[in-house]
Design a protein around this ligand. Sequence first.
Ligand code: AMP
Length: 173
Amino acid sequence: MSFSSLGLSESLLRAVAEQGYETPSPIQLQAIPAVLDGRDLMAAAQTGTGKTAAYGIPVLEKILKAEPSKEIQTVVLSPTRELAIQVSEEIRRLAKYMHGVKVLPIYGGQEIGRQIRSLKDGVQVIIGTPGRVMDHMRRKTVKMDQIHTVVLDEADEMLNMGFYKDVKYIIDL
Ligand code: AMP
């Protein structure tokens, strides 16, 4: 099974090849078609199995297929800023050939004014820690009306860290 047989666009296939990914990993084979179909999905896999790309690839494909927009279309929630940064770097590499698609990590501890300026430029994918995402939602600098996909990365860890109420607030909107 190849990435091209999953029906991905040329710009995404090019970035995937450039990353050196030859074939989809098992979690990618299962998750990519399901996310493209818009199905709700819960996936469990060890670190190092390609789980970031398992949701990153179909989320970017959905953005490619949608009408061009400067609004946020995907929110990835992450328990820590380190994971948020790491995930945004990987999704950025996958989006390298997608013109006009911006990926932004937003996490607590970083100056909020800087995040607001970046958000105003138009961002399609944000990867954020729950508290900071909620803060932006309250300030209306993050709007949820055009979001088609919400990803809870390391959901178990987020719940262990006491983020249940924040995550619920975000996904209920
Ligand atoms: P993750 O499970 O998301 O932490 O990914 C672990 C590592 O595997 C990352 O460095 C990815 O760049 C890499 N990776 C993801 N998908 C593939 C693939 N299909 N083939 C080879 N490497 C991959």
